[in-house]
Every structure is written in structure tokens, then in C-alpha cells.
Ligand binder design. Structure first.
Ligand code: ADP
Length: 304
């Protein structure tokens, strides 16, 4: 049902009392190594909820690459589309402070070698998917090729619906923006995409959602952390509140949200219904440490 095209990284995580400034060293906790990357995270989040999920990604022929393949397979993700080699596996250096907020530096490695040609060679995966979920930790031309192939369809059948989380932020080509249904952004990403307009400095997320919608996507979702998420589909803009939880570690919350959202759209939910499910998944994910390790099963979402 769901194809995720995106990054797979090893997350190297250290807890800190506070972040170092330029030229400064701080001491942190023992190192923890976890499977991560926005693409890999979204695929695991969806599969753990019970989604039929495939991942198109590239990892290195190294221990981190094998860690990532193992974690995908354990979650039940179809890894036939995960390509191996060409560069070291991508790595994310993550610090987590006592309030649960994170700061991240990414070395793209093999993710930067996932090419438009790799997408064309994986046409069967795209043709089989109802929804394809994308982020920007792979080359933009690769994302654009997925959008083009999805828009062209397969043998007269429509291609998959496109969900895009434009993270890390980058200017988006008009055709990519126009294909998004929805474009999923957090506050930072919304402000970045609107930074050329006065509304980018507004403090009203409803104004961001409406302004983003006028840039061409078919629908927009703005995630608002503990507040939940705003849904704008052109007919109306509604706030879907998040359940109140105690945040331990927000790493991967947006990925869990988007993976869950994309899956629910693929099985036929309308956008507000899918978002009502996804905020519960995002909320469950912040109650535990780590990215993939924090993602809930369907039973845990129901119990929230
Ligand atoms: P990102 O992780 O990309 O910055 P957000 O912080 O907006 O994105 O979080 C994504 C989703 O995760 C939110 O829409 C919400 O459902 C859930 N979430 C995040 N933080 C919290 C929190 N403190 N309490 C409850 N839900 C949260």
C-alpha cells in the first residue's frame, strides 16, 4: 500500500545538559547507535502499525547499512528496493537535551547516491503503491523523478498519491509542490517555505497553511508539536489537537506522524481522519526515547 522513498541513516545519539557553542566541548552520556533517517523512520512507523510498506533507499556496504536493513526487516518492511553500496551509510549525529529537544548534523553518504535512474529501475515498486511518501534527505532530482513517474501513471492506471515532508528545508520546484497531497510541514519548514512573504513572519499557523496552499499543493498539513496539526484542503482549515502526553524525546515524531498519515491515506481515509490518527502516533512516539524504538504499535495507539 505504502512506498517510502528516502533516506536511511545510523543515528548516533548523545544526551547533553546543554549544546556546545562554537569552539566549545561539553561532556555527554554514553553513545547510543540507532537505525534512523527520515525515509527509514517513516517506513518502520507505518509497518509497525500494520501497513504493507516498501522502502526505496540506498545504504553503504558496511555495518550501519546492515543495521538498517535488519531494523527494516524486523519491522516488516519490504527491503527488496533497498540498494547497497556506492558510499558509506548515511550518519546523523544527534544531541538530546534534558527537555527532550534535539539538534542534528547529517552526513548523507549513500543517501546522496540514490539517483533518478534508481527510481526508474524501481518502477514496479511505484506502480504497486497507493501512496508514495517523500522527504528531502535524498537528491532533489530523485524526488522530482518520483513525482514525475507518479504523475505519469502506469499503463493508463493513475500512479500513487504523493506525500512530501520537505525536510531538511530546500526551495521546491513548482511541479513537485503541485503534486503534494498533502505537503507536510512543521513550524520551521512552513516559515522557511514562506520566508519570501510577509506571512512567513506571522504567528498564526492558519495563515501559513492557507498561504502554503496558495503555492500549489493539493493539500497542506502543518504539524504543531504538542498542539497537534492543522489540516488545509482548500475547503476548510481545521486544527486536530494532539493527545496530552509527557514528552521524553521528540526525535522522529514528525516521521512517525507522516508515515502513519501516508499509510492511512493509502487505505482510504480522508485527510482529516488520517491526521486524527497520525497525531496519536506522533504523540505516542514522543513518550519514549529514540526514533524507531519509540514508534507505537496499533494497539499502543488505540490505548492512548
Ligand atoms: P517535527 O518532529 O517534525 O518537528 P512536530 O514537533 O510538529 O514535528 O511533531 C509532529 C507530531 O508529533 C505532532 O503533530 C504531534 O502529533 C506529535 N507531537 C510532537 N510533540 C508532541 C508533544 N509534546 N505532545 C504531544 N504530541 C506531540
Amino acid at each position: 500500500d505504502l512506498l517510502v522513498v528516502g533516506s536511511a541513516n545510523a543515528d548516533l545519539v548523545i544526551g547533553v545538559d546543554r549544546r556546545p557553542g562554537a569552539g566549545e566541548t561539553v561532556l555527554g552520556s554514553d553513545l547510543a547507535v540507532h537505525p534512523g533517517g527520515k525515509g527509514a523512520n517513516q517506513a518502520v512507523a507505518a509497518a509497525r502499525l500494520g501497513a504493507r510498506t516498501a522502502l526505496l533507499a540506498r545504504v553503504g556496504d558496511d555495518d550501519y547499512g546492515r543495521l538498517l536493513l535488519d531494523s527494516q526487516a524486523t519491522a516488516g518492511v519490504d527491503t527488496a528496493g533497498v540498494l547497497v553500496g556506492g558510499a558509506p551509510t548515511g550518519v546523523a549525529l544527534i544531541t538530546v537535551d534534558p527537555s527532550g529537544d534535539n539538534s542534528i548534523v547529517v552526513s548523507q553518504g549513500a543517501n546522496a547516491r540514490l539517483t533518478p535512474g534508481d527510481v526508474r529501475a524501481a518502477a514496479g515498486l511505484l506502480a504497486a503503491a497507493r501512496v508514495v511518501s517523500l522527504q528531502l534527505e535524498i537528491p532533489l532530482e530523485t524526488v522530482a523523478e518520483v513525482v514525475r513517474a507518479a504523475g505519469a501513471g502506469f499503463g493508463g492506471r493513475p500512479g500513487p498519491r504523493v506525500v512530501l515532508n520537505p525536510s531538511p528545508t530546500a526551495p521546491l520546484p513548482t511541479d513537485v509542490l503541485a503534486a503534494c497531497d498533502p505537503l507536510v510541514v512543521n513550524e520551521h519548514e512552513a516559515r522557511f517555505l514562506l520566508s519570501d512573504a510577509p506571512v512567513g513572519s506571522s504567528d498564526d499557523p492558519e495563515e501559513w497553511a492557507d498561504a502554503l496552499l496558495s503555492r500549489g499543493p493539493r493539500s497542506v498539513v502543518v504539524t504543531l508539536g504538542a498542539e497537534g496539526a492543522l489540516v488545509a484542503d482548500g475547503d476548510r482549515t481545521v486544527l486536530v489537537p494532539s493527545p496530552a502526553v509527557t514528552a521524553v524525546d521528540t526525535t522522529g515524531a514528525g516521521d512517525a506522524f507522516t508515515g502513519a498519515l501516508a499509510w492511512r491515506l493509502g487505505v482510504g481515509d480522508d485527510l482529516p481522519t488520517a491526521v486524527r490518527f497520525a497525531v496519536r502516533v506522533g504523540a505516542a512516539a514522543v513518550t519514549r526515547a529514540g526514533a524507531q524504538a519509540s514508534f507505537p504499535s496499533a494497539g499502543e495507539v488505540a490505548a492512548l
